[in-house]
Design a protein around this ligand. Structure first.
Ligand code: OAD
Ligand code: ZN
Length: 251
């Protein structure tokens, strides 16, 4: 049987506008937990308490502590071969944009430039009163929590999207524009169940794009994908990089 990496390399070389759409699974091989798997965050934590406006109102300190804990995991993690290969594909001109549901910033750390973040970024805080946004250089320590706005002193929150909240408008519009232009979408490591993000690859597919689905488990896209790559992202992208002669940083 032909290695799916060879098949996907060919699809990339024959595409004129390929994009990548990612979820928590692309960072799983970096040691960052996903949300819905057997070890997923939503198995151990309640999303309505930790990732909703209601939960934040009730206990801002608890919510901040949970995000600071996740920031520590992300700070000690490194991008994996999938992030690096996706960045190398963009430099090579074979990928035009990366649309991600992740808040970890690992695509940017790996060198991707055109990254559209649909659910915000865990390294940014935002004032609940004046809207001022700023970057956190390192995870805040628990005794600084909850963070306060440096401008007006009001309560600040993580600049991420919570359940029941709309997505950042500009990012969502750009993502659907990219999906409308794409003739190839490589979906990596997402269950696809969270809307509206999950519909972006479907939108592209409906407009005639080919769909590649990199995921060790069946998901929303399995039935509509042109190629299902049923394995973990890092080993797959390592082979894809080899097939295409892309340089990845050594571990
Ligand atoms: P999920 O946890 O729902 O899905 C992760 C997907 O990654 C699953 O389909 C796994 O099979 C797959 N996976 C696991 N390990 C993998 C690996 N090594 N390589 C490739 N795939 C792997 O995470 P998301 O789809 O990102 O939203 O979830 C979407 C949104 O739900 C998140 O952005 C977050 C969450 O609630 C908000 O916080 C708004
Ligand atoms: Zn403020």
């Amino acid at each position: 049987m032909e290695d799916p990496a060879v098949k996907v390399a060919r699809l990339l070389e024959n595409s004129s506008y390929a994009i990548v759409f990612t979820g928590a699974g692309v960072s799983a091989d970096s040691g960052i937990p996903t949300f819905r798997g057997p070890d997923g965050l939503w198995r151990r934590y309640r999303p309505e308490e930790l990732a909703s406006p209601w939960g934040f109102e009730r206990n801002p300190r608890l919510v901040w502590e949970w995000y600071a804990w996740r920031m520590r995991i992300i700070a000690s993690a490194r991008p994996n071969a999938a992030h690096y290969a996706i960045a190398a594909l963009e430099r090579r001109g074979l990928v035009r944009a990366v649309i991600t549901q992740n808040v970890d910033g690992l695509h940017q750390r790996a060198g991707s430039k055109n990254v559209i973040e649909l659910h915000g970024n865990i390294w940014r805080a935002r004032c609940t009163r004046c809207g001022y946004r700023w970057i956190l250089e390192s995870p805040p320590s628990d005794d600084e929590l909850p963070l306060r706005c440096p401008r007006c002193g009001s309560l600040a929150r993580p600049d991420v999207v919570w359940f029941g909240e709309p997505l950042p408008e500009a990012a969502l519009r750009r993502a659907f524009e990219e999906a409308g232009k794409a003739d190839l979408v490589i979906v990596v490591g997402t269950s696809g169940v969270v809307e509206p993000a999950g519909s972006i690859p479907v939108h592209a597919k409906e407009r005639g794009a080919r769909l590649v689905n990199v995921n060790p488990e069946p998901n929303r896209y399995t039935g509509m994908a042109d190629v299902n790559v049923e394995e973990r992202a890092a080993p797959f992208f390592e082979r894809l990089a080899r097939v295409l002669g892309l340089e990845l940083p050594r571990e």
